[in-house]
Design a protein around this ligand. Structure first.
Ligand code: ATP
Length: 318
């Protein structure tokens, strides 16, 4: 089995609200897979469904080859899960909570837990109620990792933590993937994700807008600033998908996916074009462009066809 998670046409409704809409994506083994989206995009709902904690309204999810609607318990035994707000028994020490949780897992859990907690420099004999937020987060992560799960699911693992702790967390995720295990990480800390993710999925309003290997996404995406000779309401035609375009008098700023470098290099010599600047955007810029795009988000533009839906015709935004 090369995919640890297979999500096929999944929808989740809460009453009349649709939290996740017709989402399909696969998570291959041995990667750090980041689910990005703003508050309310549907990340937690998707995570809870793939762990069998929420029933699907439609579609199917296979996690580690198991059906999420029917085999949730078996999934959760094999997956390490760190929720957005982990519940920890405050009156216990780190050592006690490790011993207590070990009861639910095969032999070796407690030994591994103590090792992780010590690696994170958290005192085993300190009560959780007397720990800092960062220490508690490290205990929660150690609990999620101590049975050496082949899949680790982390929902906003670094929110509220300071820079050093965040860095430690992220480094441990890269180490896990290097061992051939898989990390699914939900986050809105785009800059951090950029440092560790192999694959990113961008969610907005319950839908997945994009799933791509980060290195490919970055090598195929360009931020173009095109200066045109005459003011125009439509941007110069370019090859690739125009994710977002905006205009400031005679300058167009386009974020293009699937950019064709050869075509871009000849763009500057086209009639009516004064100058073209091209650069690779950061993941954060790509993410923001997706958030700013119109409801239909991406239109495909060929050199003879100009998309309309993704255009933001509002006056100066740059
Ligand atoms: P955040 O980053 O803020 O955690 P998220 O991307 O994880 O956001 P979800 O928590 O999955 O988003 O929420 C998606 C949508 O579903 C939101 O509009 C939320 O209000 C709604 N929702 C989530 N859980 C429930 C529930 N139990 N009942 C009703 N609506 C819900």
């Amino acid at each position: 089995m090369s995919n640890v998670i297979e999500i096929a046409s999944v929808t989740k409704r809460f009453g009349r609200q649709t939290a996740v809409e017709n989402v399909s994506l696969d998570v291959p083994r041995g990667v750090v897979f980041a689910l990005l989206g703003e508050n309310g995009a549907g990340k937690t709902t998707l995570v809870r469904m793939l762990l069998g904690l929420l029933e699907l309204s439609a579609g199917q999810i296979k996690t580690l080859g198991l059906d999420s609607n029917r085999q949730g318990l078996a999934i959760r035994r094999r997956v390490g899960y760190l929720s957005e707000r982990p519940t920890l028994y405050d009156w216990m020490t780190a050592a006690e909570i490790g011993w207590f949780t070990a009861g639910f897992y095969p032999d070796g859990f407690e030994f591994q837990f103590r090792k992780l907690v010590e690696q994170f420099s958290v005192p085993l004999d300190r009560k959780l109620s007397q720990m800092s937020k960062g220490m508690r987060a490290k205990v929660a992560l150690s609990l999620a990792m101590a049975h050496r799960p082949e899949l680790l699911v982390l929902d906003e693992p670094t929110s509220g933590l300071d820079t050093l702790v965040r860095r430690e967390f992220l480094e441990s995720m890269v180490d896990i993937a290097a061992e051939g295990r898989t990390v699914l990480l939900s986050s809105h800390q785009i800059n951090e994700v950029e440092r560790v993710a192999d694959i990113v999925a961008i969610m907005r309003a319950g839908r997945v807008l994009l799933v791509e290997r980060l290195d490919e996404l970055k090598s195929r995406t360009r931020e173009l600033t095109i200066t045109v000779a005459e003011n125009s309401f439509s941007p110069p035609p370019v090859a690739g998908e125009v994710v977002r375009s905006r205009r400031r008098t005679r300058q167009w700023q386009l974020l293009i996916r699937g950019a064709d470098d050869e075509q871009l290099s000849t763009l500057g010599s086209q009639q009516g074009i004064v100058a073209v600047e091209s650069r690779t955007p950061t993941l954060e810029e790509i993410f923001v462009a997706y958030m700013q795009a119109g409801p239909s988000t991406v239109s495909v533009a060929t050199s003879s066809e100009v998309p309309g839906a993704a255009y933001d015709m509002n006056e100066p935004q740059m």
